[in-house]
Design a protein around this ligand. Structure first.
Ligand SMILES: NC(=O)c1ccc[n+]([C@@H]2O[C@H](COP(=O)([O-])OP(=O)(O)OC[C@H]3O[C@@H](n4cnc5c(N)ncnc54)[C@H](OP(=O)(O)O)[C@@H]3O)[C@@H](O)[C@H]2O)c1
Length: 337
């Protein structure tokens, strides 16, 4: 089977030669284990900090999970089908989702990983949607948007909401959920093409392109004359710093992600994430959120875009492009048909 491993720690933005494709034997299946054939990989920004060098104590960087050193398989969200089972909880033919990473086959006992995947490998209900949705809308990105907006946004009609990386997977779902709750929603993103997507396809009330804006703070002020009641932040850094001063006195803030900092983050910097929303702390809520999201999608109230890269060898390219902001919505890699 093929797998993709880290060849060397990336220096800043990752490049293709930081990764290596290898051919190895399919792993044996022990007692209490099952073998999964990977169907899709979900490409996510949180994979980037995992590729940074470890400190001596090798501490996991909550909430981003354990480090991946050179020679190790790139960790990441994956969807697959059980092809052989010696585990009573998993049957051949089950559709399963987990965080086993960039390999064509994985042998596992399905148990949770404390930081990378506290839910463990879960059997998915095929009736909720096509398999690829289980890493996007019905996967952790969709669930994150749903549970963060519900628990921290508490959005009601008349609120003004700002969402960063609004054309991305989490951002586009969060923005639409806030709009469904009756809020005026302004999305912040990089390019004019993405701004058009926010306005023409998602029908948001406003879109700000931070690259073109001479003064992002002024652009926010103009788009949100009554201030911001809820800020759903996916990016951190200077962009977030320009928006925070516009929060109203009793405004709510979700620190969902800090992609602007992921290239530089060092292990042991978990203070950086204090107060951050972490979907991993809400595992018991996943089934409820997934059902609600599937209903909203089926009724046409939610939409999102998806791009599929063909073949596991394309996974590094997909991650490099995601971190360069080329994606609209979800990036997936199809590993097998
Ligand atoms: N807290 C949780 O439990 C949880 C769970 C899932 C995801 N997340 C976080 O949610 C955020 C969005 O994740 P996603 O999977 O939906 O990814 P995404 O937004 O679809 O893709 C990443 C986006 O980040 C932006 N970006 C990339 N590099 C950047 C940089 N240096 N500075 C500023 N923006 C940059 C780009 O958008 P623009 O072109 O718009 O800049 C890019 O499209 C991430 O921060 C992720 O870690 C958090």
């Amino acid at each position: 089977m093929k797998r993709v491993v880290l060849d060397r720690y990336p220096d800043g933005s990752p490049v293709r030669s930081d990764f290596r494709v290898e051919e190895v034997d399919v792993p044996p299946v022990g007692d209490g284990e099952f073998l999964v054939r990977t169907l899709f990989l979900g490409i996510e920004p949180r994979q980037r900090p995992m590729l940074n060098p470890t400190t001596d104590d090798n501490r996991p960087m909550r909430p981003y999970g354990a480090p991946c050193g050179p020679g190790r398989v790139i960790p990441g969200s994956a969807l697959g089908e059980v092809v052989e089972s010696r585990h009573p909880g998993y049957q051949s033919g089950d559709l399963v989702e987990g965080f086993w990473g960039w390999c064509e086959y994985e042998a596992s006992d399905g148990s949770p990983h404390p930081t990378n995947n506290p839910a463990g490998i879960q059997v998915r209900d095929r009736s909720l949607g096509d398999p690829q949705h289980h890493l996007g809308l019905l996967g952790l990105p969709g669930i994150t948007a749903y549970l963060a907006v519900e628990s921290e946004g508490r959005v009601s009609a008349g609120d003004t909401v700002v969402v960063t990386t609004a054309a991305g997977m989490v951002g586009s779902i969060a923005a639409q959920l806030c709009q469904l709750a009756g809020a005026k929603v302004v999305g912040v993103t990089s390019t004019a093409e993405k701004c058009r997507y926010l306005l023409d396809e998602l029908n948001l009330d406003g879109a700000i392109g931070y690259r073109a804006a001479e003064d992002l703070g002024e652009a926010v002020s103009a788009a949100c004359p009554d201030g911001i009641d809820y800020f759903f932040d996916n990016c951190g850094g200077e962009i977030s710093a320009a928006i925070v001063p516009h929060l109203n006195e009793r405004g709510r803030y979700t620190g969902c992600g800090f992609v602007a900092n992921y290239n530089e983050l060092k292990w042991g910097q978990s203070d950086h994430f204090r107060g951050m929303f972490s979907v991993h702390e809400h595992v018991a809520e996943y089934p409820r959120a997934r059902r609600a999201l599937a209903e909203l999608f089926d009724s046409g109230e939610l939409s999102y875009r998806m791009t599929i890269f063909e073949g596991i060898e394309r996974a590094p390219r997909a991650l490099i492009d995601l971190l360069a902001g080329k994606n609209i919505g979800k990036y997936l890699v199809r590993v097998s048909p």
